[in-house]
Design a protein around this ligand. Structure first.
Ligand SMILES: Cc1cc2nc3c(=O)[nH]c(=O)nc-3n(C[C@H](O)[C@H](O)[C@H](O)COP(=O)(O)O)c2cc1C
Length: 218
């Protein structure tokens, strides 16, 4: 199939080794961050925070979190250009949604007199909140939507990436506790440019289940 979208998706792969000499230019980062901000989420809740690890000092902090496990991902910390922590709000509240509603008013999407009515959608968050006020299942799902959007945008920009569930969640959340500010990171993303000879995944053919196996048309 020939289509620019399919080209993007065939181009991208989970990079296994980065070229440490190449960094993502600021103008591409600007597009990327704006695209992340524009990600869709249920009731426009945007229950995420993206912590971008860029300086050598921050990378050294990330490096430390691989001391116990997932060392196969460790080389990405310094060889990739940036590591982005995708974090979700585990206790999304009406006060959090108020920020969305008020931004909607500021952006001209909601009339100021409709402010109270705009909270009707918050019911959806309540359906997804347990007795202890935990919203993790729902807010984490939203954050993975942002991750998916980011993967495609990176492909469009011809920037390589590796989603990283292989991180030590306890150590990452502990090390970046201040920056995460109550949000929980269960997945990170390395971005940069793959090593010209040592990224074995760059040469492998794309493999996915057949459309017949995964798609049902009624
Ligand atoms: C949520 C998520 C977590 C992943 N975690 C890792 C990881 O920790 N390390 C790694 O090398 N690849 C990781 N991957 C890459 C997948 O294994 C890869 O996307 C999948 O095998 C499909 O291959 P492709 O992306 O090269 O097309 C992850 C992918 C996703 C979507």
């Amino acid at each position: 199939m020939v289509h620019p979208i399919i080209d993007d998706l065939l181009w991208r792969h989970a990079t296994k080794k980065y070229d440490a000499s190449k960094k993502v230019p600021q103008q591409d980062l600007d597009v990327l961050f704006e695209a992340m901000r524009l990600s869709a989420s249920s009731i426009n809740s945007q229950p995420w925070k993206f912590v971008v690890i860029e300086s050598d000092e921050s990378k050294a902090r990330m490096q430390k979190t691989f001391i116990h496990k997932h060392q196969y991902n460790q080389s990405h910390v310094f060889a990739s250009s940036h590591i982005i922590l995708f974090a979700y709000n585990p206790h999304y509240t009406r006060e959090d949604y108020a920020q969305v509603v008020d931004k909607g008013i500021k952006d001209g999407r909601t009339k100021p007199e409709d402010r109270e009515n705009a909270f009707a959608a918050f019911k959806f968050a309540e359906f997804n909140t347990d007795e202890a006020g935990n919203t993790s299942c729902w807010t984490k799902a939203q954050t993975y939507l942002a991750l998916g959007n980011t993967l495609h945008v990176l492909a469009r920009l011809r920037i390589d990436s590796t989603p990283l569930e292989g991180i030590d969640i306890d150590l990452v959340n502990d090390e970046f506790k201040a920056e995460l500010d109550g949000y929980q990171c269960d997945v990170a993303l390395a971005i940069g440019y793959h090593h010209p000879t040592e990224d074995y995944n760059a040469e492998l053919p794309k493999s996915r289940l057949s459309l017949e196996r995964i798609l049902v048309r009624l």
